[in-house]
Write a protein that binds this ligand. Structure first.
Ligand SMILES: *Cc1c(COP(=O)(O)O)cnc(C)c1O
Length: 497
């Protein structure tokens, strides 16, 4: 199976090339030429398998230029109990009958990004060997908090790679910042940007498409790649856990094969929910995909009206990993929904770059409404939802999951739908300790992060996970911050050019 660029159908590359490159040269994203279909037998056969075996099964349908041994090297290396605190890699908690929380944060950085970023370095080194043997890969990451740390952990000291992470100076939680600035490893760089996440993301995209820079690095045997969810190697691992969760629920007898489920996803860059869309297109029995946003509700408006308009106020919220106004992966969805109309996609995303706005056709709008439901909530409502889940079900969730839970409650009220539902839980609550402690009624004024965390442990009878506790004593290594116009210079400096 080959991968096409969303903005130019003539560009068709192997999965290894798509992963090594990250983004297509003219700015499009790589998408699979066709979406493999799973039969009932295919899904039932997964029920008895471990997570790495399930991942192997799904990857072998997408990475057809990888050998079985190469895929196994990746899936077994990434999804082991060395890296995850759960044998099942992702856990399913029962909130109440028919409503399941898919906990995707049992990896080393306590956010769902680990599910993809633990395996991406493996996928990338195998890919690089195939298509650009001998070259150094310089990974560039723009992060709203969680991707940066997860990518740093994934790539630290991986031979043949270096990684530079940019994060918005005032746009991440205290714990997220601490996790990144204390990162260990000889090939890692972390830098704050005086701007928001979109500034970081645009800066990184501009570096990727800067021919002059690329030429300079090429002469040194270095090539850029991306660990953001614009990389197919980031997105494909996320398809696995939706299919895996369904298989687990069939196995445990909670659902019968064929029974449709809703999937609720707290959404920012549209990567996680797009992976659920691919799972649905592969044949997973899905009713609605529910897209939950915070006050940055550009996706809610888009799904409800067909107009994408980023010209609006940017809010800094207690769910910072969703503080995004340009959701890059939407481009992949629209490519599929237009039947692969590259001209149309290039036109819409050209308009987005130029005017910050585009409007899809009635036909595409209708398809979107059929597949998705969208809603949003503000910080107060998020905190209210966290409190309610804790008071009623003794389940402590983080702020992003809180947004998903609130939007799901609104969905049920609006539609009366009683379909069984999987809510994607994207971070451990201790990553956002201050907001979570306030949500359950705690007073945080004047208290530092670690005092708040102790109080949260006391109040809720839960425990901070070990990787977060470890940051308390690690020295801070990275204190720099740059203007958004200086990001390229920073990268070149770090690469020693
Ligand atoms: C990245 C992130 C999200 C948003 O995921 P997208 O794939 O960007 O939509 C939600 N919650 C948390 C905790 C995250 O780290």
């Amino acid at each position: 199976m080959n991968y096409r660029s969303t903005r130019d159908n003539k560009i068709s590359v192997t999965s290894a090339a798509a992963i090594a490159q990250g983004l297509s040269a003219e700015g499009g994203l790589f998408v699979p030429e066709s979406i493999p279909r799973l039969t009932k037998d295919d899904i039932m056969s997964l029920c008895e398998k471990s997570y790495p075996e399930r991942a192997f099964d799904i990857f072998s349908r997408y990475l057809t230029d990888f050998s079985d041994d190469e895929i196994r090297y990746c899936t077994n290396g990434a999804y082991s109990d060395k890296n995850f605190d759960s044998d099942s890699i992702s856990e399913i908690s029962h909130l109440y009958s028919g409503t399941y929380i898919l906990e995707l944060w049992h990896g080393p950085t306590c956010a769902f990004k680990d599910m993809a970023l633990q395996i991406l370095p493996y996928l990338m080194s195998v890919s690089a060997k195939k298509v650009i043997d001998g070259k150094q890969i310089a990974i560039l990451v723009a992060t709203s908090g969680d991707t940066g740390k997860a990518a740093l952990e994934g790539f630290k000291d991986v031979p043949g790679t270096s990684i530079t992470v940019f994060y918005p100076e005032d746009g991440v939680s205290a714990m997220q910042k601490r996790q990144m600035t204390t990162q260990e490893g000889g090939n890692v760089f972390v830098c704050a940007v005086k701007g928001n996440f979109d500034d970081c993301q645009n800066g990184v995209k501009a570096i990727f498409t800067n021919e002059e820079l690329k030429k300079q690095l090429d002469e040194k045997g270095i090539t850029f790649s991306s660990a953001n969810s614009i990389n197919w190697g980031r997105l494909s691992p996320q398809i696995v856990y939706y299919i895996s969760a369904y298989a687990s629920l069939v196995k445990s007898g909670d659902i019968e094969y064929g029974e449709k489920v809703n999937i609720v996803v707290p959404t920012g860059n549209f990567g996680n929910i797009l992976a659920a869309y691919y799972a649905k297109e592969m044949g997973l029995p899905v009713n609605k995909l529910i897209c939950a946003s915070n006050a940055n509700n550009v996706l809610t408006d888009f799904i409800n009206t067909g107009v994408y308009d980023r010209n609006r106020h940017f809010y800094t919220t207690i769910s910072p990993s969703m503080d995004i106004l340009i959701s890059s992966n939407l481009e992949r969805l629209l490519y599929h929904l237009t039947g692969g109309n590259d001209k149309q996609i290039a036109d819409w995303f050209g308009k987005l770059a130029k005017d910050g706005k585009y409007e899809v056709t009635d036909d595409v709008r209708a398809k979107i409404k059929d597949i998705f439901y969208a809603g949003y909530c503000d910080d107060d409502a998020t905190k209210g939802a966290i409190k309610q889940a804790f008071d009623e079900y003794s389940y402590l969730m983080d702020t992003h999951t809180g947004v998903a839970y609130k939007v799901y409650n609104d969905y049920k009220e609006a539609t009366g739908d009683t379909t069984k539902t999987i809510i994607a839980s994207t971070a451990n609550p201790y990553k956002f300790g201050k907001a979570v402690y306030e949500a359950v009624g705690g007073e945080t004024e004047g208290l530092d992060e670690f005092t708040i965390i102790e109080k949260l442990e006391e109040k809720t009878g839960t425990k901070m996970p070990a990787p977060l506790a470890a940051t308390k004593t690690k020295p801070v290594r990275f204190t720099g911050s740059v203007e958004k116009s200086d990001m390229a210079a920073e990268v070149m400096k770090n690469l020693g050019k």
